[in-house]
Ligand binder design. Structure first.
Ligand code: SAM
Length: 331
């Protein structure tokens, strides 16, 4: 199986997602003869999984059931083994849009980390684009390569084990976009500029602290990038709730009323509600609180900075937030 194509049938060697509920999923490598324990009992790969369709409901040994899902990059982001902090789909969607990624794009990224963003980029630039990802931690670089091979996307990605701030991306003027998620992105801006195509490109950096954002903005300006912006993306998940509202007594219909002129006592009356008459309906309810910040650090909010280099490149700087701040929503 490949993360960039879809296949109907579960096969030996696949990475599948076992779905127990919205907030309970895990990845499993399908292997003849293996079995997987869940709270609903055991699943035997050879008899319960291999040969079944992705999306099937599979009954476990205690009688409960799970779904077996095909792994999309979004499901992988929710389930991957964390070796570092990772980027989640809300930020990934903004980054993908602001970097203008599309099939055929060539992208340089550092660091690879746990490969959450890398999988999303690879899926977007396939089948003709390429991701060059640089990670200076040897085991992380090796593990990422192993996962890309296992997920059959290794032909779309090159992993380099080096320090991007010292050695750059190892190539010049081939990238449509550069993405940085490292502690000192300002030290890599010169290398990012060398990696971008001569005719232009976009750059984005993601940082936990406002001081990092400021230094990166200065480096971007120093290297000739323009229209640098910082922005924040907040996720507001609406709950579906059953709402019960009393129906107001709006008075008699107009045709049943005497003319206004003939009723001298027709002063406005306070609205009354019938005790029994209720309207019950389902509605989407916005959250009362919104998480505005993730990661660790002090006092800022999650936001992104992006900008334009008129004749050369369009940079985008994303700012990873520090502690979790609950912001009151306006409503
Ligand atoms: C926050 S993680 C990146 C997470 C990644 N964006 C994801 O979504 O999974 C930062 C990674 O950058 C790597 N790193 C830090 N400084 C680096 C440098 N100068 N060159 C290359 N990699 C670096 C770290 O080892 C770490 O794995």
């Amino acid at each position: 199986m490949s993360f960039i194509e879809y296949q109907d049938i579960i096969q030996d060697g696949d990475t599948a997602i076992v779905y127990l509920g919205h907030d309970s999923m895990f990845p499993v490598t399908i292997q003849h003869g293996s079995q997987t324990q869940t709270k609903y009992g055991v699943m035997r790969h050879s008899t319960d999984l291999i040969g079944k369709k992705y999306g099937s409901k599979v009954t476990c040994s205690k009688g409960g059931w799970v779904y077996i899902l095909y792994p999309t990059p979004e499901l992988w982001t929710m389930n991957l083994p964390h070796r570092t902090q990772i980027l989640y789909s809300t930020d990934i969607s903004l980054i993908t849009m602001m970097l203008e990624l599309k099939p055929g794009s060539v992208v340089c990224e550092s660091g690879t980390g746990s490969g959450s963003l890398s999988h999303a980029i690879i899926r977007t630039v396939a089948p003709t684009g390429h991701l060059y990802t640089v990670e200076f931690h040897q085991q992380r670089a090796e593990k990422a390569m192993e996962e890309f091979r296992q997920h059959k996307v290794d032909h779309l990605v090159t992993v380099k084990n080096q320090d991007v701030c010292k050695s750059g991306f190892g190539m010049s003027h081939i990238a449509d976009a550069v993405f940085l998620d490292i502690p000192s992105p300002w030290e890599a801006i010169g290398h990012a500029k060398s990696a971008l195509k001569v005719e232009g490109g976009r750059i984005c950096s993601f940082s936990p602290c406002i001081e990092q954002v400021q230094r990166t903005c200065r480096a971007l300006e120093g290297h000739g990038f323009t229209e640098i912006n910082t922005l924040e993306i907040l996720l507001r998940v609406h709950d579906v709730r059953t709402i019960r509202l009393q129906i107001p007594d709006l008075g008699k219909p107009l045709e049943d009323q005497a003319s206004p002129a003939s009723d001298a006592n027709d002063a406005p009356k306070p609205m009354t509600y019938s005790q029994d008459a209720c309207s019950i309906f389902k509605s989407g309810v916005p959250p009362r609180e919104t998480v505005g910040h993730t990661g660790c650090g002090v006092g800022a909010q999650r936001m992104a900075t992006y900008g334009r280099m008129l004749d050369w490149a369009l940079p985008l700087l994303v700012y990873r937030g520090a502690p979790r701040l609950a912001l009151q929503s306006e409503s």
